[in-house]
Design a protein around this ligand. Structure first.
Ligand SMILES: C[S@@+](CC[C@H](N)C(=O)[O-])C[C@H]1O[C@@H](n2cnc3c(N)ncnc32)[C@H](O)[C@@H]1O
Length: 223
């Protein structure tokens, strides 16, 4: 990782628990206010952040990050070379929104609900030159009801290009987007990897549109 200009970003080298002490405190406070939505007691660790970023498609440009919390994935995206101008971060909690604004002054932060991500991406001019390449989601999908989960995925795939990816982690043993939900949305899933040193350990899944198989070699009837 490249060094950060923010002096409060002293790395917490005791483990993969979180990016720094101020993030941990902020996150814990927000979890105490709203445990269901915050969905985790601590921010994600660097191992999970690296695994999420490794799933970006090649030549990835435009990205929306959902549920950024204190910005562990935001930091990893920027460190991987994604330009700040190509990134929109969506976070529903206003305290965390302010934290992100302060920590990443060059990145657009929308303090809003992820279910409107297609509209937000349009409003921020991210879709002016084409659709999104990836949505990186830190949302606690398992603590959402099925309706909200599908609404968020539907909005994501409105904004994503044909080969766009929705990258999601979960603490659970299975895909957090259920089979019937994937079928209703026309999505395929791939288990991308496991981050055992994350607290708690987490698995990353990648969702993409199912492409209808091209039927080749079918003889055309003579006219
Ligand atoms: C499990 S935390 C992950 C935070 C961060 N990505 C990380 O990995 O450390 C989930 C985050 O999603 C946010 N969130 C929950 N529901 C949301 C929604 N509907 N729209 C946008 N953000 C939401 C929460 O406020 C919280 O910051």
């Amino acid at each position: 990782m490249s060094p950060s200009p923010d002096p409060s970003l002293r790395e917490h080298h005791g483990g993969e628990a979180a990016i720094d002490l101020r993030s941990i405190r902020t996150f814990l406070r927000q979890w105490m206010r709203d445990p269901v939505r915050t969905a985790s007691v601590t921010p994600s660790g660097r191992q999970l952040a690296r695994l999420m970023v490794s799933q970006l498609p090649p030549d990835c440009g435009r990205i929306v990050e959902l549920g950024a919390g204190t910005g562990v994935f935001t930091r990893a995206l920027l460190d991987s070379g994604i330009p700040a101008s190509q990134l929109l971060v969506v976070e529903i909690n206003p305290h965390l929104g302010d934290f992100l604004h302060e920590r990443f002054p060059g990145v657009a932060v929308a303090c809003a609900d992820a279910r409107h991500l297609d509209v937000l991406a349009e409003q921020h001019g991210l879709l002016a030159a084409g659709k999104l390449d990836a949505v990186v989601s830190g949302l606690g999908m398992l603590s959402m009801n099925s309706g909200l989960r599908c609404e968020i995925l539907r909005a994501a795939f409105v904004a994503l290009g044909e080969r766009g990816r929705f990258i999601q982690f979960t603490y659970g043993p299975f895909s957090p987007v259920k089979r019937h939900e994937r079928e209703a949305l026309g999505l395929g899933v791939r288990r991308a990897g496991f981050a055992p040193r994350n607290l708690p350990p987490a698995t990353v899944y990648v969702y993409e549109r199912l492409r209808s198989r091209q039927v080749v070699g079918v003889r055309q009837p003579r006219s």
